[in-house]
Design a protein around this ligand. Structure first.
Ligand SMILES: Cc1cc2nc3c(=O)[nH]c(=O)nc-3n(C[C@H](O)[C@H](O)[C@H](O)COP(=O)(O)O)c2cc1C
Length: 464
């Protein structure tokens, strides 16, 4: 990896763009940081750097990818216009991570058991019902003991003591690696990185259980991520991370973990795995990242990347997908797809393929290619006028639920639903949209712009 492509490099870039606010008033990691993040996000405000966290000397950054513009910036783009295209192009070009001997994350190495202390890190408490401080932005890297595949994932971690954390493992690949280790009664060696470039964070939540997501991150960044070996466990971590926590997921141990106010907007507790921490390595003056579970950053990290991944998956299967949009407020569960339909069965086949193939999508709607899927009102219009509940509904019961879905059924099942809101091919004429000749539309728009300009001039004059 280009050594400057780390969290600090991105913070510098934000600062240069006037999109980073440093807060030097003292803030409490108990609720206050969380509420700053939420209130600034509501106003679509800048990214935040908390310089003084009560009782700690370590700084905290948050709301980094709070807007599409900042997401584009993480990809080195001036704006979002070419984001999808850039994502798809880079994703297709495989770049392998590179092993290096050392890196900034080894500036301080703490591996004597009595000196390892998780409680010395400023880990926020986000909501009043939370069971304690939670690492929400810890990227877990590990190796599958069965296949040797290395990969990563984002998993919530509850601080339970100086060397003990609860880790919520419901999704592959890390959940599968832990299960494979447990089968032979062994712990899973793991590294948790805090404070990395946002593209590494974004890659950690890409849904691709059999690929190395560190490789995906390298491809998306356009250069190999540098990895260092851990000190006390058989795992690797980004050399330019701010902090790395090394440890072992204990086999056959489960403990109550939570409650934690989740991305769903509800508290959720579980009987979860436990990590025994063996070392902490870090920079001299680390900055760690806080990810508030319900701010825009969560949907922006998963949204555009998830859209690009699904478009690719559906096109590879032969569906003539024109566009696809995940609804921002649905916590990555709702998606709309516009399709150029060649056969009457296309939407249903697409819905079955998508709903059973993408674990996090619960509800999907397919519309014709004259509908703008990024405009919720247009999609609503298509459902209102091109959908009949008794013939256009696809219901797939009893698929594996998302752990955090409070409406999931007994035994962790959920029902997925698809809507075919496309017009029948043989009735194209009846479903033709009303329209105006495009030259008239453009002419009137030009005139309106001119009139608006005149009005603004007039207003300016009267003000003076
Ligand atoms: C904000 C956020 C938090 C997450 N927290 C967890 C978690 O605590 N446990 C878990 O198993 N997966 C969690 N995930 C999902 C995993 O990181 C997962 O590897 C990734 O989303 C892959 O998608 P898949 O489950 O569809 O394969 C989280 C995802 C996001 C976006």
């Amino acid at each position: 990896m280009n050594p400057t492509k780390d969290l600090r490099h991105f913070l510098e870039l934000l600062k240069k763009n006037g999109d980073l606010l440093s807060i030097d008033t003292e803030v409490d990691s108990r609720f206050e940081i969380s509420e700053f993040l939420r209130q600034f996000d509501k106003e679509r405000g800048p990214a935040l750097l908390f310089e003084k966290v009560k009782g700690h000397s370590i700084r905290i950054a948050g709301n980094l990818i709070g807007t599409r513009k900042r997401l584009a910036l993480a990809f080195g783009l001036p704006d979002e216009e070419k984001l999808l295209e850039t994502y798809q192009r880079r994703r297709a070009r495989k770049i392998e991570p590179r092993r290096v001997r050392t890196g900034p994350v080894k500036q301080v190495v703490i591996k004597e058991k009595r000196r390892v202390d998780l409680t010395a890190l400023p880990i926020p408490i986000y909501h009043e019902g939370d069971g304690g401080p939670y690492i929400t932005c810890g990227i877990a890297t590990a190796k599958d003991p069965a296949s040797g595949l290395r990969s990563m994932g984002l998993h919530r971690l509850q601080i339970k003591g100086k060397t003990r954390m609860g880790i919520h493992l419901s999704n592959p690949p890390i959940s599968r690696f832990a299960a494979n280790a447990e089968k032979s009664g062994k712990p899973l060696d793991i590294a948790i990185s805090l404070g990395v470039h946002p593209v590494i964070l974004l890659a950690s939540i890409v849904s691709s259980p059999s690929e190395d997501k560190v490789g995906i991150a390298s491809s998306l960044l356009g250069s190999p991520i540098h990895l260092v070996r851990c000190e006390t466990v058989d795992a690797e971590a980004p050399a330019h991370a701010e902090v790395v926590i090394e440890g072992k997921i204990l086999p056959n141990v489960r403990e109550m973990e939570g409650p934690f106010g989740e991305t769903s907007g509800y508290y959720f507790s579980d009987n979860s795995h436990v990590i025994e921490v063996t070392a902490i390595t870090r920079r001299k003056d680390p900055i760690i990242q806080a990810l508030h579970p319900t701010v825009s950053e969560v949907s922006l990290l998963g949204g555009p990347a998830g859209e690009a991944e699904m478009i690719q998956m559906l096109r590879a299967r032969g569906f003539a997908v024109q566009d696809l949009a995940i609804s921002q407020s649905s916590n990555r569960t709702h998606v709309a797809i516009s399709l150029h339909k060649n056969h009457e069965s296309d939407p249903r086949q697409l819905l079955h393929y998508l709903l059973s193939g993408v674990p996090y999508i619960k509800h999907a709607v397919v519309v014709d290619d004259d509908v703008n899927v990024h405009d919720a009102e247009d999609v609503d219009w298509a459902i209102a006028t091109r959908f009949q509940g008794d013939q256009d509904l696809v219901v797939i019961p009893d698929l594996k639920a998302r752990a955090i879905d409070p409406s999931k059924k007994e035994g962790n099942f959920m029902t997925k639903v698809g809507l075919d809101a496309t017009a029948p091919l043989r009735l194209r004429e009846r479903f033709k949209r009303i329209s105006i000749p495009s030259r008239v539309r453009e002419k009137v728009a030009r005139t309106i712009r001119k009139l608006a300009g005149k009005e603004a001039q007039l207003m300016g004059r009267t003000k003076r």
